[in-house]
Design a protein around this ligand. Structure first.
Ligand code: NG1
Ligand code: ZN
Length: 533
């Protein structure tokens, strides 16, 4: 049975705050760091049970609140293949986190063990990490006490990025097998990525320096290590690396700031030169947004949609050049937030699917393609090569030197891309490879299509649960009659598009609108918001 006494003694040290309801949402648990002690302790136990359930496979635990303000924190579990926690266990996590006291927590644990038929005699293995948030240390301590309570063989990966933690999970679980993902260390990750990058850009013209806005977060630490591995092959200038300055994290910088404000972080005003490429990471380095200033010092953003367009077109061309056209099909997955111009650009070239918001939906849809490119407009995304596709690449015999070169590039891309989850550093190298191959400046990349002017607004409502959607969140089915009113408004705007959905991470409803002219997109968004309120 469960080690009841050990759990009891430690659980009493981590009482659940009253009047707080925790929910394991699309990004795990996320709220003020000061409220999360009990959640972390309980997640430690849950991770141990998840590992036991999966016969001792390594489970990951990441302590981060990504792009959210510094006082926030959060925690999410990573399944053995480096993917998000299976959704049926999200509900178990929520139940455990909300047990009001130790006896209730113990009985919830007993029910979970019974319901999911966990063999408690199995080993439990976990690898865990945190971002740079000041609340992280204490939360990790609570997590470790959870491990202690149930008996977990736990490995501390320290302060690192979310995608590196996902990489470690997959590397540990494939270690010594024919599918070994890479050495199970941060060094192994760096070697894998930088090695593939160097092969992919070999023989290309020297790459001009890239400026990286690290959001004053953990990306600055990983970015510095990566820069060393890359050396002259990719000169990197790290900015916003103040990881120990209180309040600096994600403040007026980072991928979320750039995407939502659609402007340059003020700290880069005197640093970024016209024409220079730059990109922003978010607080845990799983989102990436590029940008540049044109000769008139006008700001231009290259978001997740533009990354998807660049990368998908590149892979399609490589597949064709390798002589694999028709044998390997490339598809793209987007959400309703994808800019309408990007969707238009992509559907003219390859299959495109729209899915509800949330990485797990994108990831699963992408798995249905031979090569699935998925990106959220906010810069979170990656490329998945199916196991069959990887097999085809391994066994394919090219007929010409040109085919052989293209095949080599595809194989190196498989190594370069972090296929477990969106990874800002890996995606950044991917973008740099494509730009180097096509000799594109940021401006030339930007000209693939012109973004439609758009506006995203939040509306605080009494009860966001009354908002129900269909058609990948593009239409409201409830409250009744609202969708018709939105459509009536949209018809009055040239190139208008708008939709409303409840956020999965905040207690708000989001309104998105597009129109041919910026002022009209703004107006449409605010008028639709007026209908919602
Ligand atoms: P919600 O709060 O459900 O809109 C936000 C982002 C998602 C995704 C999740 C997880 C927007 C409009 N939504 O979801 O894309 O990144 O957070 O972090 O950016
Ligand atoms: Zn993030």
């Amino acid at each position: 049975g469960l080690p009841v006494e050990a759990i009891q003694a430690l659980s009493d040290e981590y009482p659940k705050p009253v009047d707080v309801h925790f929910q394991y949402g699309t990004a795990g648990f996320r709220t003020l760091g000061a409220l999360l002690d009990s959640v972390l302790f309980r997640v430690g136990i849950l991770a141990g049970l998840r590992s036991k359930k999966l016969d001792g496979k390594v489970i990951g635990v990441m302590v981060t609140a990504s792009h959210n303000p510094e006082p926030d924190n959060g925690v999410k579990l990573v399944d053995p293949r480096g993917e998000m926690l299976e959704s049926s266990w999200e509900a178990h996590a929520t139940t455990l986190a909300n047990a009001p006291d130790t006896p209730a927590f113990l009985s919830a644990l007993e029910s979970l063990v019974k319901a999911t038929k966990i063999d408690l005699s199995k080993p439990a293995r976990v690898v865990y990490a945190r971002d740079t948030r000041p609340s992280g240390g204490a939360l990790v301590f609570a997590l470790e006490n959870g491990f202690k309570a149930i008996g977990v063989e736990a490995r501390n990966a320290g302060v690192t990025t979310t995608p590196i933690l996902h990489y470690l999970v997959k590397a540990m679980n494939t270690k010594g097998t024919k599918d070994e993902y890479g050495d199970d260390s941060e060094e192994g990750y760096m070697q894998k990525l930088s090695g593939a990058f160097k092969k992919l850009v070999a023989g290309k013209a020297p790459i001009t320096p890239l400026l990286i806005d690290c959001a004053n977060g953990v990306g600055a630490l990983a970015g510095a290590v990566l820069a060393e591995h890359l050396g002259e092959t990719l000169p990197i200038i790290l900015e916003n690396g103040a990881t120990t300055t209180p309040g600096a994290l994600n403040d007026q910088c980072g991928a979320d700031f750039v995407k939502t404000q659609q402007k340059l972080p003020p700290s880069l005003l005197s640093i970024l030169k016209p024409g220079q490429r730059a990109c922003s990471l978010d607080g845990d380095a799983d989102r990436l947004i590029y940008f540049y200033l044109d000769e008139r010092s006008q700001f231009h953003m290259l978001d997740g949609d533009k990354i998807a367009a660049l990368v998908a077109a590149f892979i399609v061309a490589l597949v064709k050049a390798a002589g694999l056209e028709g044998k390997i099909n490339v598809g793209v997955v987007q959400t309703a937030y994808a800019n309408g111009a990007s969707t238009k650009y992509l559907v003219e070239r390859l299959p495109v699917k729209c899915v509800p918001t949330g990485v797990k939906h994108l990831h699963h849809a992408a798995e249905h393609y031979d090569v699935g490119v998925y990106f959220e407009a906010n810069g979170h995304g990656t490329v998945l090569f199916s196991p069959e596709t990887q097999g085809k690449l391994a066994s394919y015999q090219p007929l010409t030197p040109a085919q052989s070169t293209a095949l080599g590039h595809l194989k190196n891309l498989v190594q370069l891309i972090n296929q477990t989850v969106g990874d800002a550093l890996s995606d950044m190298l991917l973008v740099e490879v494509v730009l180097a191959h096509k000799s594109y400046s940021a401006e030339e990349w930007d000209s693939l299509y012109s973004d439609k002017p758009n506006r995203l607004v939040k509306v605080v409502v009494r009860d966001r649960n009354i908002f129900k959607t269909e058609d990948a969140e593009r239409r409201l089915v409830s409250p009744p009659g609202l969708q018709a009113k939105i459509e009536e408004l949209v018809r009055r705007y040239n190139g208008g598009r708008s939709f409303v959905r409840p956020s999965g991470t905040e207690d708000v409803v989001r309104v998105y609108a597009e129109a041919t002219v910026k002022a009209q997109a703004d107006e449409l968004a605010f008028r639709v918001a007026g209908l919602v309120y």
